[in-house]
Ligand binder design. Structure first.
Ligand code: PBG
Length: 332
């Protein structure tokens, strides 16, 4: 029998009422798909708006707790923390990253204590701590040293795990760091600390507002192209993912988000592992700028972009729009 064709088949029939559209939806977005990235700053009672990320602020640890409660109440399962290290604590080698009483660790402990139900994901990389804005240790020529950096990242991940981090997320793109972190975590008994590897992280122009948020934009010397990936490459991303999974990553991430949905899909098709997408700061800023200029409807843009990640195969999405999206979803 021939497949049905018009007029027996009318694709618009299923679309003709809301209940029917709901019934045939192939993917769903729920608050449980979201991870909310949050910026932390020193002090008490502080909220510092970030100019290039309108609607997003840095919070002092006490106010961060309010955000964690908000996330929990909205059904967002996990928050991702990024510290804005005071300028005077940033050094060439980023030693503050290893201080067990640094801003990040104080934030982890305080949130863990106040809101134990929520997952805490922490970034493993040196850029919020280095005076040169790079994710690792830099030689005289400005090259980010791989193996030396990896050793420091292992220590950083341990410091975070001891403070109570549930998920450590190496965002540095050094070779071999996932394996090194995994074996150190096992050795110290942190057997349930999950690793979300920034496996396919591209050298992207979409990170600008994030670098303002953690105070590294003005400091960054050169670019990150000798460790982050070339946007021209896709097969290389699959090799990165394969390596990170083999080294013991539980989850992998593709970053940025929307321009790299093809990578999300290919990773999902190739590997039986949860893949996450990071809708990064520049993507957030573009939506906000468009909405502010009357060029688009913020709520609709946010929900459409987030469902696109699910359709591409993402298990979850890191997004600064997470609380807005969760509210919109709750309102139906
Ligand atoms: C740093 C890091 C970056 C982001 C997350 N972790 C920036 C960078 O690599 O320069 C970007 C996130 C965003 O833009 O929202 N290791």
């Amino acid at each position: 029998m021939n497949p049905a064709s018009f007029p027996a088949l009318r694709m618009r029939r299923s679309r003709s009422s809301a209940w029917s559209r709901a019934l045939v939806a192939e993917t769903v977005l729920t608050p449980a798909d979201l991870i909310w990235p949050l910026f932390v700053t020193d002090g008490q009672g502080v909220e510092e708006p970030i100019a290039t990320l309108p609607g997003v602020s840095r919070w002092s640890v006490d106010r961060l707790v309010e955000r964690a409660r908000e996330a929990r109440d909205l059904g967002i399962p996990c928050i991702a923390l990024f510290p804005n290290t005071p300028r005077e604590l940033r050094t060439e080698r980023g030693e503050e990253a290893l201080n067990p009483d640094n801003l990040m660790c104080r934030a982890i402990k305080t949130v863990k204590n106040a809101v134990p139900e929520i997952g805490i994901l922490t970034d493993v990389a040196l850029d919020p701590y280095t005076a040169n804005g790079h994710d690792g240790l830099v030689d005289e020529a400005g090259y980010v040293l791989n193996d030396e950096t990896s050793k420091v990242l292992v220590e950083q991940a341990l410091v975070q795990a001891r403070a109570g981090a549930d998920v450590v997320a190496p965002s540095d793109m050094m070779d071999g760091r996932v394996g090194a972190i995994r074996s150190a975590l096992e050795q110290e008994g942190h057997v349930n600390v999950r690793i979300m590897a920034y496996a396919a992280k591209y050298a992207s122009a979409f990170y600008g507002p994030f670098r303002d948020a953690v105070g590294s934009r003005g400091l960054l010397k050169g670019d990150k192209k000798n460790y982050q990936m070339d946007p021209a490459n896709a097969e290389e991303a699959l090799r990165e993912v394969a390596l990170d999974l083999a080294e013991g990553a539980d989850w992998v991430m593709v970053k940025p988000g929307l321009p790299y949905l093809d990578i999300v899909r290919r990773v999902k098709d190739r590997f039986e592992a949860p893949v996450f997408a990071y809708q990064v700061s520049g993507e957030y800023a573009m939506i906000e700028a468009a909405a502010a200029a009357g060029m688009g409807d913020r709520d609709a843009l946010v929900l459409e972009t987030l469902i696109a990640f699910k359709r591409a195969g993402a298990s979850g999405i890191l997004s600064y729009h997470a609380p807005l999206a969760a509210r919109l979803l709750a309102d139906g």
